[in-house]
Design a protein around this ligand. Sequence first.
Ligand code: PEP
Ligand code: MG
Length: 537
Amino acid sequence: MKQGSGLSVYSGVAIGPAVVYRKPRQTAEVVRGTPEEEQKKFEQACETAKEQLSRLYAQARETVGEEHAAIIEVQMLMLEDLDYLEGVAAEIAAGEAAADAALGCGEAMAQMFAALDDEYMKARSADIRDASRRVSDILSGAEEFRLPEGRFLLAAEDLSPSETIQLPRERILAFVTRQGSSSSHTAILARTLNIPSLVQADIDLDEVDKCQTLAVDGFTGNWYVDPDTETLAALMEKQAQANASRAALEAYRGKESITPSGKKILLCANIGSPEDAVFAMKGDAEGIGLMRSEFLYLGRDSLPAEEELYNAYRQVAQTMEDRPVVVRTLDIGADKQADYLNLEKEENPALGLRGLRLCLNQEELFRTQLRAIYRASAFGKLQIMFPMVASVWELSKAKQLCNQIRRELIREGYQVGDVPIGVMVETPAAAVIADELAKEADFFSVGTNDLTQYTLAVDRQNAHIGDFYDPYHPALMRLLAWIAKCAKEAGIWAGICGELGADPRLTEKFIEMGYTELSMAPGKILETRKLICESKV
Ligand code: PEP
Ligand code: MG
């Protein structure tokens, strides 16, 4: 048995066979043949790529839905496109190696699409690039990663958002990554799906490759490679207990979240993608308190078009029926980077051009997102929330743009709903001037992850200073009490959507402070409802 630990991002115990995810790698030296041989190799590689893609398509449709799977369908069509095939043939005939010709023609075509006016076609350039890269990888002997049948624990160095969305979610028992952070996409997905998971794990992937059984204890943050009989028995016992407590929580499904003294709390879910709304409903969420909309922008090569964003927000609004849905506008920057935005490298990205600052600086980017949200607002109870606000003028400027877009859409004949606009309170400045902001905002939702990081000046991603990241620090508690007080006095609601929202040690305290909404991973809702119903406040 080997054992070690990581940072737990979701509790629970998982035991089973392990799979190590590795990125495609070159396996052989490639010898260039005659043009006829190269052409033949290219045609075979296209066939192999199409087979791989159709497998991926079926898998993705099952796990992430038709809409996301369409990305893969576009790639399959690209490999039958005559312009592409003829372009590659011409380059091979002129003496180019098949792998280079496949990549070069794909790149040229991708650039052509990127220059088109039509937003949808523009967005396809990344798919074209992906497909030609796949053919080129096959030609240069790079191996495709294949998952075995059945259920398994997935170990990896790290997983990018685009890799994560292609995984068969229902077959994964746990995630263990050597890198990553508690706010990485894998971590957020793990929480949404109730999968015990560790990031920053000190695990040797070669040992996992050879092992029979991997076990993850998300309660302690420990992992075990080939656990001995005693450890295995203890873990199984813990797993059975966790399952029994989960089953007991079912008594709270469909119940109101109300304290014995009659204080009603709205228990909402945090989600990262439109498909996650289904998990929110399964978790019995009373709404979405935080949709991290930046995940629609990550793991791709170009900006999503208005239409794509609109469809995503509409899907969430419709899935949640008459429940409220808070869409946080783009919070890119710091740990969440999209290369295609070509943002300058910053010395101190957590204090850099991120969140609302980036949106106010790149108005077109912001406009596209806001238009999509307002258009989707006709299908449900959407609300807008701005991240990283520090001053009243930022909120006023963003609201002004919202009003302008709303009027513009109505003029264009679109139906738009009534969309409340709130502030994500996550900078100490916003917390201190909560009384001022409350006059301008329709609601507050506290981002305790960033508020802790900025108040205590402790990097939330840095595992070495984890002991100093103290979310119970009195400075933070005072700010939280003040924010709720300001909201109450201004007659607006205040909620918590950072990780603390699901912290059982603080549920009562938050209710006493005056918070009326708590938003968390869907799997935490029933246990928090139980706490509320049994609380003394
Ligand atoms: C937060 O900062 O508390 C929050 C909820 O947002 P994120 O974790 O996405 O920064
Ligand atoms: Mg934040």
